[in-house]
Design a protein around this ligand. Sequence first.
Ligand code: PAF
Length: 510
Amino acid sequence: MQLITSAAELANWRRHCRQPVHFVPTMGALHHGHRRLIERAAACAGGAEPQVVVSVFVNPLQFGPGEDFHRYPRDLGADAALAEAAGAAVLFAPGVGDIYPGGEAEAFGLRVPAHLQAVLCGRRRPGHFDGVATVVTRLLALVRPDRLLLGEKDWQQLVILRQLVAALSLPVVVQGCATVRDPDGLAASSRNRYLSPAEREQALALPRALAAAGASPDPVAAVRHNLEAAGLTVDYVQVVEANSLRPLASPHGLSLLAAAVHCGGARLIDHTFLMNRSPIVAIDGPAGAGKSTVTRAFAARLGLIYLDTGAMYRGVTWWVQRQGVDPADGAVVAPLLEGLDLRLTAGAGGEQQVSVNGHDVTSAIRSPEVTAQVSVVAAHGCVREALTRQQQAMGERGGLVAEGRDIGTAVFPDAELKVFLTATVSERARRRALDLEQRGFAVPPLEDLEAQIAERDHLDSTREVAPLQMAADAVELITDGMTIDAVIQALVDLFRSRVPEEAWPAPAAR
Ligand code: PAF
């Protein structure tokens, strides 16, 4: 690991670095929470192995008068040992002049919007988040990382920095990592060093009060009561909407219940997330965009149930054909839906099995006959209503990712994340040609494939029933030029920008 102490030296290192750079900004006094962040930053997310830069800089701009700037623990030797053991390539420990040329009093500063500062720690520490935003922006300009890793422990900071990166279009992915706790439950923090053994014992009331609050009808009052009963001085206890930080009178949707206390000479913060159901992801998009492959892999990465709504429409089509009725005639299709027993289950290897009225139709629904008529059957209002109802019932408790055409608009309009996964017509034609070739079929000229795809898009998006439309609050992901792994990673990053690891841990961390 290289120790770099000046901006000029870092610029030189950066000029020669060809690998992706993952960045962990810190104020030093590194502990096992930082170690986990550095290890996560070093863990390769596909592609070239990243170089991890850890910065150590006690930023004067984020401390208020009377706060602990001067006594903040500083031990560069110990920090270097921990960072190196965790896999850092560079420890960047600049001086004030490298970060604020001309000195901190003369520094340009960023201002965080008032609504993000008027809650939680922002209300108690005026100017703190302006100082954080300023230093992190400056560090990002120097390090130029591909990925910025921050702890969910400082949730308000993470939300503000995510919004800052989006608002300024900074070319970096922000990744939050779950809070690391000591075995007794106290969240790892550099400021825990200020606690005497007796104070540490007392401080445990903070995580305990938060953990117990979920079950209470008035979690704020319950946490405050327990903290005060433990002799802690309460700075605040508050519930906010997790991603907007909008104050809430009581938990609703994905909410953050957070508290700050004074314990001896330390100010400690902690939080818990409250959710009324597990998360839902809606993935819509046109035919041929590769939705199924990436959605299935994304679901497995995050431990979400994969709901392939297309397979359900295919299942109904198979049943309609089996009854020998005209699939275009809604009046004869409707009675076939009464009592229809359509099930999606996971096979021994995790692959999806589809059964209709007791028949295993997993392969039959992929036949050319079903493919030819599924859009006719799926256009009947009665079919859409029946399957939408069934899909909504399947999603009642959440914990799933559903893929289709109208998931974000009709089936799960309150999904935590809606993605419209698409690719240009020419890219989809190229992919289809490749697929046909690999499967040994004749490949029509690309212009013909493009014309077919454009025509299908037009029909899908203009049909009367459940037209293919991007939900107003969906994120459009255009996958041209992206590998499958890159698309899956982009979906994971989007999911994580809405749902913290603490609220929905990845399967490996459960
Ligand atoms: O979380 C911290 O340690 C600091 O606020 C940060 C992000 C390094 C900025 O000084």
